[in-house]
Design a protein around this ligand. Structure first.
Ligand code: DHB
Length: 264
């Protein structure tokens, strides 16, 4: 098995879960801990616990793909602070994803999580597409600069950014420049493709309930964009900034494609 070194830690293999729909509860995190994944990543957390959006909010669609609008259901960061030490029984690195509703929330969560000694790294999510009234931070470059500047002052762990997919070379270059001027240690490419629409023609309805059926697309469908984003950021970022590839990885072939594109 290929090993990798990531965020200053030796990984037994180059695979672990994305922060996504299956890493919210202790039960789910223990399943990941017991799996062959080399690390465990927790669901993006907020200041307060959240129920998330109404169901159905996650649907698997054809071709190993999916649509979701979970709406950030999570236990609240304080609960993850308690849970993280318990996850050390699995003997693998633990990463925590943070997705505050505002800069102050991110500062509070990241400064407190920084003091959890069992935590290995923090991923700041700049790309949740599913909260009504909240734009994806990663598509607002000014807001991205502000949050990165503030968070990097207080983060005492390796710091990563979960990025949305970009589709335009000027946007890649703008974001890469922002990141190259920061102390960010890694980026994760990509989050879901925001605001797709899936329609069930038999029911003449959209398949998920929140936001009129609009949701983040994931799985096989998004792999070419995951690959392009890994490739572009690998070209543009300083060599010491590492890149996690994410999206549509079902087989060794998919993983090899990401590695060829430049994923760590
Ligand atoms: C959710 C979706 C995302 O793509 C993300 O980055 C964070 C949260 C969600 O809907 O829960």
């Amino acid at each position: 098995m290929i090993k990798t070194r990531f965020a200053g830690i030796n990984f037994e293999n180059p695979f672990f879960n994305a922060s996504g729909p299956h890493c919210t509860t202790k039960e789910e995190l223990d399943i990941l801990g017991q799996s062959k994944a080399a690390a465990v990543m927790t669901k993006s957390c907020t200041l307060e616990p959240r129920e998330g959006n109404p169901s159905p909010r996650y649907v698997d669609i054809t071709n190993n793909s999916s649509i979701n609008s979970m709406g950030l259901p999570n236990l609240g960061y304080k609960e993850y602070m308690k849970l993280i030490p318990e996850l050390t029984v699995h003997n693998k690195p633990i990463f925590s994803s943070v997705s505050g509703m505002k800069i102050e929330d991110n500062i509070q969560m990241i400064s407190e999580l920084s003091d959890v000694k069992e935590l290995d790294a923090i991923e700041l999510n700049l790309s949740c597409p599913n909260v009504v009234g909240k734009p994806q931070v990663g598509y607002d470059f000014q807001q991205s600069v502000e949050v990165i500047q503030e968070v990097q002052k207080i983060c005492k762990k390796p710091l990563g950014l979960k990025l949305p997919p970009y589709f335009d070379f000027v946007h890649f270059e703008t974001m890469a420049k922002i990141i190259n001027q920061s102390r960010v240690n890694f980026v994760t490419c990509i989050n879901s493709l925001g605001n797709g629409l899936v329609i069930d023609i038999a029911k003449e309805q959209v398949v998920i309930k929140p936001k009129g059926g609009f949701g983040g697309m994931g799985g096989k469908l998004v792999k070419p964009f995951g690959l392009s984003n890994v490739r572009k950021f690998r070209e543009l970022l300083k060599p010491e900034i590492q890149v996690i590839g994410c999206g549509g990885i079902f087989s060794g072939i998919d993983a090899f494609e990401y590695i060829l594109a430049g994923a760590d």
